[in-house]
Every structure is written in structure tokens, then in C-alpha cells.
Design a protein around this ligand. Structure first.
Ligand code: HEM
Length: 216
């Protein structure tokens, strides 16, 4: 390994890992606003996991309670994040360049639209357009889908290398945010739309007001 190799690895992790997780968290917060019952369940799960540190001002105590074991127990949060990524995949269009295959020439590009695939009734059923974390749960336990069905992290040999890291990061940030704050949209009438880019961002960003919690 030389410095250039190391630089390229760090750069690709920063490019692949920053905007994707940030955009997912924005959509996640938005989905919770428009689905208050899901928000309630997410907050309840966070409350259960951080219950040993009820004082919301006790930063060290609450950070301590966010350990590996606690993160693994958060099935509902994991399901809600997955459901967000199904409807709002951070990489909405994925392109593959082919070497050679039957009926595909060397150098041809094939695109698949993760955004559309996440909403197809053929793949996800009649309720495909609905935000339903429950579709990922069986008896309260998260059930992973085949990566060829839930395509938001790509599948096969070029699958996302940071998937587990991304879930951990998004879970930790969500726990910290909801433990210490309530949120409301700065303008509840605003029309939230996506911006057409390589990654799926909210057009103009998601503007929120954070209100410190006195108790969770
Ligand atoms: C919600 C968060 C994320 C999503 C939805 C996501 C999704 C994806 C997708 C769809 C690809 C394939 C892109 C393509 O081939 O065109 C990819 C590749 C990749 N991702 Fe992620 N990603 C996320 C977070 C991260 C994080 C946090 C890291 C690293 C810390 C990371 C590292 C990578 C790397 C290195 C690749 C390239 C893999 C390769 O081509 O062999 N990703 N990701």
C-alpha cells in the first residue's frame, strides 16, 4: 500500500459515505413528520434503549447507553431507516458498464432506477407507495430482504462496502437527535421535493426547528 492508494481509499469512502447517509437521514426525518405514528414508535424504542439515562441532559450517560448491544436491539429503527431507503434511495440511479454479456456489448452502460424499483407494486405489493416499517418486521424482529429486491445499496460484487457502517451511523445519530430534541418543520406547508442529482437530496434542504426535550 502506498500513499496514493491510501488517499484514493479515503476519498472514495468520503464521497460514497457522506452525502448518502446525510440525505437518508433528511428523508428519514421527513418521513417521521408525515407519519406521526411511526415517529412515536421510533421514540418509544429509543426511550426503551436509553431508559437507564432518563435525564436528557446527561450526555455522557446517554452516549454510554448507545453500545453495540443496544444498536442491535433497535429493530424498529432499523426497519424505519430501511423503509426510508426503499422509497428514497440515496443513489437513485445506478449505472453498470459491461465487459461482455449475451446481448450486451463491451462498454455498454446499463442503468437501473432504484427509486422506481423501490416503489414497484410488482416487487413490493399493492402498498408499495406507503411508508410501512412493519413490512420489514416479523414478531418485532427485523427481516432483511434480498439485495436484489432492496437495491438501495446495490447488489453483487459492487455492493456498498459501507452498508453496516451506514446503518450504525444513522442509528447513532437518530438516537442522539431524538433523545435530546423534538423537531418540527420550520414551514409545515412547504412542498418537499427531491432534487435531481447523483444523490437524492431534498430540494432546498429540510428546514427544522429543534426543541430541547425536558424528558424523552
Ligand atoms: C445510506 C447510506 C448509503 C447508501 C444508500 C449507499 C449506497 C451505495 C450504492 C448504491 C453503491 C453502488 C454505487 C454504484 O456502483 O454506482 C455504493 C457503493 C459504495 N459505498 Fe455506499 N452507500 C451508503 C453509505 C456508505 C458509507 C457510509 C460508506 C463508507 C464509509 C460507503 C462506501 C461505499 C463504497 C466504498 C462503495 C464502492 C463499492 C465498489 O464499487 O466496490 N457507502 N453505496
Amino acid at each position: 500500500m502506498n500513499d496514493k492508494y491510501l488517499r484514493d481509499i479515503i476519498l472514495s469512502f468520503m464521497i460514497a459515505g457522506k452525502d448518502t447517509s446525510a440525505a437518508s437521514l433528511s428523508w428519514f426525518l421527513y418521513m417521521l413528520f408525515i407519519n406521526p405514528l411511526v415517529l412515536e414508535k421510533v421514540v418509544q424504542e429509543i426511550r426503551d434503549v436509553t431508559s437507564s439515562h432518563e435525564k436528557t441532559t446527561d450526555v455522557d450517560g446517554s452516549v454510554e447507553s448507545i453500545n453495540e448491544e443496544a444498536l442491535d436491539q433497535m429493530h424498529y429503527l432499523h426497519a424505519a431507516l430501511s423503509e426510508t431507503l426503499r422509497l428514497y434511495p440515496s443513489v437513485p440511479v445506478i449505472v453498470m458498464t459491461f465487459f461482455q454479456m449475451a446481448r450486451v456489448n463491451k462498454g455498454d452502460n446499463i442503468y437501473y432506477i432504484a427509486y422506481a424499483m423501490g416503489r414497484m407494486t410488482y416487487i413490493w405489493g399493492q402498498d408499495a407507495e406507503e411508508f410501512k416499517p412493519e413490512r420489514w418486521l416479523k414478531d418485532g424482529v427485523f427481516q432483511p430482504e434480498s439485495p436484489f429486491k432492496f437495491i438501495s445499496f446495490h447488489a453483487g460484487p459492487r455492493t456498498c462496502l459501507g452498508k453496516d457502517f451506514a446503518y450504525r451511523q444513522m442509528k447513532i445519530v437518530s438516537i442522539a437527535l431524538f433523545h435530546f430534541f423534538r423537531f418540527k418543520m420550520a414551514d409545515e406547508m412547504c412542498n418537499v421535493r427531491y432534487k435531481r442529482m447523483l444523490t437524492l437530496h431534498i430540494k432546498g434542504g429540510l428546514h427544522l426547528c429543534a426543541i430541547p426535550r425536558t424528558h424523552i
